[in-house]
Ligand binder design. Sequence first.
Ligand SMILES: [Fe+2]
Length: 430
Amino acid sequence: MTIRRGATQFSETAPASLRARLATEYATARRASEALAQPLAVDDYGLQAMPEVSPAKWHLAHTTWFFETFLLKPYRTGYQVFNPQFEYLFNSYYNQVGAQFPRPRRGLLSRPTVEEVFQYRAHVDAALAALLADAPEPQWPEIAARVTLGCQHEEQHQELFLTDIKYNLSVNPLQPAYRADLPSSARDGGGASGWIEQPGGIQEIGHDGAGFAFDNEGPRHRVLLPDYALAARLVTNGEYLAFIEAGGYRNPEFWLADGWRVAQECGWQAPLYWQQVDGRWRLFTLAGLRPVNEQEPVCHVSFYEADAYARWAGARLPTETEWETLVRRAAVRGNLRESGYLHPCPARDGSAQWFGDVWEWTASSYAPYPGYRPPAGALGEYNGKFMVNQMVLRGGSCVTPAGHIRSSYRNFFYPADRWQFSGLRLAQDR
Ligand SMILES: [Fe+2]
């Protein structure tokens, strides 16, 4: 018997080497989250500056809750729950598990303390290590699949941890840096643009079965594409500045109706984190306030802004099928830098910027692929139930953990969201 979670298969027999490999993967993912917390002051852990972001402390507890809920409670005989009330506090959205503490109020949870959250992590880590060491063979395939999913989930929250702490720190007039020692972004990231021409025809997209994938990346299926072209690189700050200076935020001609309404209501005049100081544009980063580097990819724009910019530039946003098809043909690999954490981030030499710079808004609504069925049970709530009203983003960002991204990866956010590390690439019909 094999269990499929995405494309990862685990056979019923669990050699010691496989158990050891998963134990290492687990420990690596867990320590990485804790390393991200190191630069924080204890006063930073509870901040929640808007309903969409979560406190750092909540991320550290929720990822722990995931392993406790989906592995230790069902599979670890005699497991002692750390605190029964945590099921309510740290359940994000799994209705089949139970009720959830309201998301917009997570910042009000001064208890458990930061110290208690780290004790919770240690408690679950010890029990999980024991489970991996002696899980009964018949349960092994499902346990292994869930541990893999839990590690991928932990990595997703590492990106959210950085994304959210950036927003939480940004509202402080002191403009505190998460890490003042992050590298300068002086290297040239723009370069010549130009178009990559792609012939149309019947193509295949979706995960191809090698390695882990989330359920929403499949099934692999055929698509019919017209001839098209994608820009060879991302839209830069300098190019976006030209849109601002040309009155892009004052001219409804380029905007979708919903986007124009939101832009007016929110008073948008530039990407999130941009501010004018003495007549010059600066932006807030994880390293504090820095000058806008015109060569870097523009970041922290909503889908609405990306779409309006593309229209103004005489282009459009790519569909997710166009993006994935081109990346697969070009055999571009999702190999990220080990030390991202910063936007603006230095562009890699010779990089086509497909992976690890900014998430790229696509013109595609987040919808199930043909034949998609969410898994049974509460874990089926992981992706499937969000497939309405959101847009797909591709490519990963400078805060996506190394090794987490791939060409079939589908991220999704609401079209007005700007606090993610989101930018754009242009497309054109041919
Ligand atoms: Fe989560």
